[in-house]
Write a protein that binds this ligand. Sequence first.
Ligand SMILES: Cc1ncc(COP(=O)(O)O)c(C=O)c1O
Length: 432
Amino acid sequence: MLKPHFRVNPAGHLVCGGVDAVELCEEFGTPLYVMDEERIRDNYRRFLKAFSRRRVRLCYALKANSNSAVVKVLAEEGAGADVSSENELRIALRAGIEGEKMVFNGNLKTEAELKLALRHGVAINIDNFQELEVVGRLAERMRTEARVSFRINPDLRAPTHPYIATGLRESKFGFEVGSGEALEAYRRARGMKNVKIVGIHAHIGSQILDPSPFVEEAEKVMGVVAELHEMGIELEFVDLGGGVGIPYRPEEREVRLEELAERVISAVEEVEEEKGMGKHLLVFEPGRYLVGDAGILLARVEYTKERRGLPRWISLDAGMNALIRPALYGAYHHIELANKMNLKNDTLTNVAGPLCESGDFLGKERLLPKAERGDLAVIFDVGAYGLAMSSQHTAKPRPAMVMVRRGRAALIRKRETFRDLVRLDLLPPWLR
Ligand SMILES: Cc1ncc(COP(=O)(O)O)c(C=O)c1O
């Protein structure tokens, strides 16, 4: 079942953003990432609407897809930004997002990165005591005030892949709650001259489809907010991070966003009302939810191979170099043939990439129409953590990316060339 922003034209071709996928490949080549602008806007508005009875800010997590055009679309919608590096911060600024609408995350922010954040008034979600000291010192030296928030570790198991579950005690992130570490961080910050406490932050993981872990997270975070209130520390915002998932498999259902919003808001308001606190600004950092299903990857079937008694192999011109999620997490991405959408999916097929390792596949044992050399495969739901995590393995240039909107297409990232690949290589003097 195709998601509602796609359709199939009478020729049996996939249509995305009003543009025929086959024509896109003729014009821009393969492998090709395609981002659907309207879908990004719809996703943003749907998320915002679910929380509309509260003051809420969506800080788009640039790590999902930091392409300038994608960020610009979300900036136009009014999004803030969750940045995790100096360059993400720069991209967000260039897209027109003000520093005050950003949060800076991560367990390792360099001094150079922190300075840029301080210069632009970005709220820094502090991860450890040493970072707090560094931020305090830099702010003093820069004669400015650091807006800080603390990432707490809620010690909460999220139902997702272990690599993207981040809220467990044994994970590298944040201040422990149980041991009193989190409160100690606030206590120390309160005594610092150039530091202003503005919030609290947690992020339990990514690709979570069930509302319950978010409710548990909100309860844990609000427990700390209540204790801070007792200590006389009031916060501007409560930042519950990102992590809302999307259905990747045809049988998976969408997150019940209204239910999630209602339950999270109730958990937050229960504590606010009980303690007689003002209402906090609620912050979320969605990445995948906003851009994941807005992106497809189009790749050419270059060769096919029969193996008696086994699924047929097809080799695409895109593999783990272009999209690493299947190889890295065993992630499922739905695959179809973009030029044969009206044919029966009747052939058991393994979908390989071009690289020299057996882990280089995009899907195993998939039912597809019988693919021939020259057909076009479409890999769905790659708008998040697709191009952003791609590599130049085997000196393959990274794919191009286009944006589609109401029947128009425009290149938003050029395909890499041989020059791009070798541009930064140098020879030592003795080899010249
Ligand atoms: C701190 C933080 N916020 C937000 C996100 C975005 O997560 P998602 O794309 O699942 O919404 C991540 C992802 O790793 C993260 O680490």
